[in-house]
Design a protein around this ligand. Structure first.
Ligand code: SAM
Length: 224
């Protein structure tokens, strides 16, 4: 998979692409991530990318030209262009599972007050990572990229992500490691039994209990 991220602040991604699982996925050539400063697509001699809003008001607005020129330069037939936007669809694991099927994602990071409304006609999908306002689309772009890359074949062990919370509208089961007894809190005996069938049954039961207690709304969706 290839992910192109259009941003005015490329340095914000330095740690993101050079550490941990994302770095390994890049090194294993499972994903190629390009951080592109869309200032380079500005035709303005000062590389200006934003201007004041028509009608007045606070903040600066990203101009159409650099963003749209960048999209048109990078977009191929099988690309999906995503705009990070607090007004977009709510980002959920099922969206990440759909995005993982694309060969090429282009993620546009807004900044300042936002972007010229006309940019919206050049994107395929607008994504919000939650009902709050961030200073820019860089953190949402990292959230989207991270959650998609970890689903790609060969990135994390086996298919363990299939047991993670939100897969199949269930939360994960509780996990434990050594020591067996921590300040009187003991690991459930079944996990030491070596009986894989029993462990599987226990874990599914815990998933259902956990979901019922913390996120009963997910169980309603599961039964839809
Ligand atoms: C300060 S915000 C602009 C908010 C805009 N004026 C509004 O109220 O809808 C600047 C940029 O950060 C990004 N952004 C902020 N919050 C976001 C969120 N919850 N989800 C996705 N992107 C977000 C978007 O790219 C947005 O254009």
């Amino acid at each position: 998979m290839k992910i192109d991220i259009l941003t005015l602040f490329p340095k914000m991604f330095d740690g993101f692409i050079t550490e941990s699982i994302i770095k390994r996925a890049i090194n294993k050539k499972i994903v190629e991530i390009n951080i592109i400063d869309f200032r380079k697509y500005s035709l303005n001699k000062h590389k200006q990318v934003d201007d004041t809003p028509y009608g007045g008001g606070a903040g600066m607005v990203l101009m159409c030209e650099p963003v749209v020129r960048a999209i048109e330069d990078l977009k191929k037939e099988d690309s999906l262009v995503i705009l990070t936007c607090p007004q977009g669809i709510s980002y959920k694991e099922n969206v990440a599972l759909k995005l993982k099927e694309y060969k090429h994602l282009i993620i546009v990071c807004g900044h300042y007050e936002g972007y010229d409304e006309r940019i919206r006609s050049f994107v395929d999908l607008e994504i919000s990572i939650g009902d709050y306002i961030l200073t820019g689309g860089e953190i949402p772009a990292m959230v989207i990229t991270d959650s998609v890359v970890r689903l790609l074949d060969g990135v994390i062990n086996g298919e363990s992500y299939k047991e993670d919370s939100y897969t199949d509208n269930l939360l994960d089961y509780p996990t434990y490691t050594k020591p067996f007894d921590f300040r009187g809190m003991k690991v459930p005996e079944v996990l030491l039994s070596g009986n894989h069938e029993k462990i599987k049954e226990y874990r599914l039961n815990e998933q259902l209990k956990n979901t019922k207690k913390r996120r009963p709304d997910l169980l309603e969706k599961k039964n839809d």
